[in-house]
Ligand binder design. Structure first.
Ligand code: ZN
Length: 274
């Protein structure tokens, strides 16, 4: 028995991850090309036709792309998405999203042996009315293991923290460095949105959230792996995100988390919990 996790791609050019057990294989977001997803699943020995389901965080193109939607339709993969996300996607993709096997996303649901909790996060604009974070859990040898997943949120509140407590693996957005964002070429309106409660998360805020989740978890050693996700190529670097988060964690006495940065077009290492 095992719970396995891999980020295939992360960032504004496309997001896609996969979680699998012996019974179920679930894709999280489908914002890359069908070719990229198929090739990278192939490296993990996962055949697209055998995917049990996909879950979608929100309808921005980097989370559900035209090609990604084609991949889901072609392989008849059931897609869990909230009715608000369906409406957002419908405005963009019209009948193509209707041709998907879409299943309404409720707060808690089960995909075979993977239990999924969904919760609201803070991320919206004129194209997206609602965004979700997820907590996936599964039992291995009578012990529950959990993967927390929040890739787009302008802020972190107590409710989000509560949903992520006791994660063994955590994926959290660490989008920007404030100084780099201030001096970037982006328009004033775009910067204002990124900085807002409905935009993206700064490195420091990600670090503080990770520390809080770690300290509030019942088993203080439960959080072993953290992936810093959705790192901006314009107003952040992998080195800076890693350094900032590491320094804040160390200042809070936390040094036993293995930190990764998730790349744009490069698979992350597979984490296997047995
Ligand atoms: Zn987004």
């Amino acid at each position: 028995m095992s719970l396995n996790f891999c980020i295939l791609a992360s960032g504004s050019s496309g997001n896609c991850s996969v979680i699998w057990t012996e019974k179920a294989t679930v894709l999280i977001d489908c914002g890359c090309s069908a070719k990229y997803i198929t090739e990278n699943l192939g490296v993990l020995s996962i055949v697209p036709q055998n995917l049990t389901a996909a879950v979608i965080t929100h309808a921005h193109t980097d989370h559900i792309s035209t090609s990604g939607l084609g991949f889901l339709r072609k392989n008849n993969i059931p897609v869990y998405l909230h009715e608000d996300a369906f409406e957002d996607a419908f405005r963009k993709y019209d009948r193509k999203i209707e041709e998907c096997i879409s299943i309404p996303l409720y707060e808690n649901f089960k995909i075979k042996d993977i239990f999924v909790e969904s919760f609201d996060v803070y991320h919206k604009d004129e194209n997206v009315s609602r965004t979700f974070g997820f907590a996936f859990s599964s039992e291995i040898n009578a012990r529950k293991y959990k993967i927390g997943y929040v890739t787009d949120t302008g802020r972190i509140c107590k409710k989000i923290i509560r949903n992520l407590i006791d994660s063994n693996i955590l994926v959290l957005e660490s989008n920007y460095n404030r100084m780099m964002l201030d001096s970037s070429f982006r328009s004033y309106d775009n910067k204002k949105w990124v900085l807002s409660d409905w935009g993206h998360l700064a490195n420091e805020d990600a670090a503080r959230a990770i520390a809080e989740i770690k300290m509030l978890s019942a088993g203080r050693d439960s959080l072993k792996y953290v992936f810093l996700a959705h790192i901006s190529s314009h107003h952040n670097t992998h080195e800076l995100a890693l350094k900032t988060v590491k320094e804040i964690l160390i200042s809070k006495g936390i040094s036993d988390i293995k930190l990764f940065t998730a790349r744009r077009k490069q698979r992350c290492p597979v984490i296997r919990i047995r």
